[in-house]
Design a protein around this ligand. Sequence first.
Ligand SMILES: [Zn+2]
Length: 309
Amino acid sequence: MIIDVHAHLFSWDIPSRPYWQDSAKVLAAMFRKPEQLIVDRMPRLWDTTGEKLVADMDTAGIDKAVLLAIDYMPGGISTPFDLEEQHKVYVKAAERYPDRLLVFAGVDPRRPAAVGFVEKAAKEWHVKGIKIHPCCGFYPNEPCAYRLFDRCQELGLVVLTHTGPEIGPMYSKYAQPMYLDEVAKDFPALNIIMAHAGMTGYEEAAMLCSVNPNLYVDLASWQKMYLAFPEADFYQRIKVLLNLGGRNRVMFGSDWPILTRMHVGHTAWTAVFKEARQRAAKFGIEFSQEEVDGILGENAARLLGLKSG
Ligand SMILES: [Zn+2]
């Protein structure tokens, strides 16, 4: 079974217009392109029903994907969109494809009603976990996040948190894996996924997994790492994650549709892991079939309580 633990559905209003405006500004400056050009291209990413995502999953041979809602509140300022509306789009998509899509709620812990929102998401929408985005301006080991984790631990929800660099007006400093060491120890029954495995901070993320049995990593956006490093170095990094972090705690993710549509397609990205044994062997790097199966889906199936096979 192949499970993508990190995907999104987007539109102008999901997660919010300011999110797309801010992204366009940064990308235009980065790639020295007119901002309008970036804005004009954005609708290529839109999917509010799950139809495009599931079609891509079919092509790539992916069985299930976890949809992560995003509560975009840079600087703690709530943006003018309805968090509940966004979640309803995600929940509807999951109802449309009940065997294929799962939902994690997205909520900023600084919202006064955050805990109640998570309770509602668990009871009414049957979400399997929550996603938080510390780069919006809070540390995951702050009291506001702790009250949320407390409830997640009681409800048996998984917490997925962004780790690694992020574009402005968000700040990367909040997303260093190290802050999760304290969280993992203070909430021993809470399972925490470090999304993106800290990116270049992957060694720190892997070391933290080696001392905290409830920490996991996902490989969403590692398409960037795949393009940046020679293939041998890329597989060596995956090996480090497995050797240090444990072979049961590294999970496949795509960040669909962001990177899959722009750089490495869903099918090519899935093949990087499906064919890892043969491809890495060329460089003298060995993966066991168990390790490959674990990354592709068995680890996520176990964590999310899904039937594997
Ligand atoms: Zn993402």
